[in-house]
Design a protein around this ligand. Sequence first.
Ligand code: SF4
Length: 375
Amino acid sequence: MATPANPLSDIHSAIGADEKPHADAFAAALLAWYDRHARKLPWRIPPKQSKSGVRPDPYRVWLSEIMLQQTQVATVRDYYEKFLDNWPSVEALAAAETEDVMKAWAGLGYYSRARNLNKCADEVASQHGSRFPKTADELRQLPGIGDYTAAAIAAIAFGEPVAVVDGNVERIIARQYRIETPLPAAKAEIRQLLTPLVPNERPGDFAQAMMDLGATLCSPKKPACSLCPVSEGCQAFKAGDAERFPRKAAKAEKPVRQGAVFVIRNGKDAVWLVKRPDSGLLGGMSALPGTDWSARKDGLTGEPALPFEGDWRKVGGVRHTFTHFHLQLEVWETDMTGAPPFKGWWSAPETLQTEALPTVMKKAIAAALPEAFRK
Ligand code: SF4
């Protein structure tokens, strides 16, 4: 990639005094780069078509943006294709059973997103005639759509010139302006500085160009500033300290919670599963029965409260990290005839793969049945 020529020198010193020409230059340089280097993504309309007025299906933009929250593009691709195969339109998704949506989502994490997908599709189908509202303000009223997603859909699918701020964009703007305020306190300042840079023409491509710049050149470590289309106005580049930005408030250490799960087998390889309560962490997902997850520091001592008498064996442990805590689970196993004295169902080896099991539960089952999730 060659460094494109652009007229961005001293852009930021002039912003405020005469903002528009510099904002125009920033957008022009960024979009020219995007026209050549846009990532090819299954939910994206390439810049050539976008410039000629082709707009993406808002349903696809919404679906991809919900999936991309906290999740890498490479992971999302397969899930996105699978969802479109199963539910090609918002009406189809609105008609889907929540259980089936949870199963298709299993492994993507942050399961409240899947529950909200269903609710949002329902609301779009029933309240909006199966058409997504067109502005960020209206979109924000829908279940599971926050500031970022509302702005992304409005800009990309409907051409609204709004600031779309995700983690990548925060990094770029924090570096462009050498913002010393740490995140998250800097969020409002970042939005304020980005807003005048958003062009009225091609705001959706501008948003996607910012995302691509952050995902490729303006990386957290060792940004490729020599290839960057907006380096001339970048204060951190000039100062040679891009990696110092964005500044971040010191994070509190995550607490560790502990508990136990029970792999109950029916003598063969079927496993007893239960459904977690609909609300709360991993709400509505399938799971192994288990204890509560306690924050106590001493760990489990001896046997946990086993759910019934039997020949219990401790077969291992798993560790999993959630947003706000680490979880350490002991995995206990037993065989039984009949059924456990609580609600659930037997899942045979061939159906385990299709259960709505979150990753932590798959890890725990694999501790007892190493073959369970091998393809
Ligand atoms: Fe990021 Fe470097 Fe470009 Fe500045 S010049 S926006 S630090 S890649």
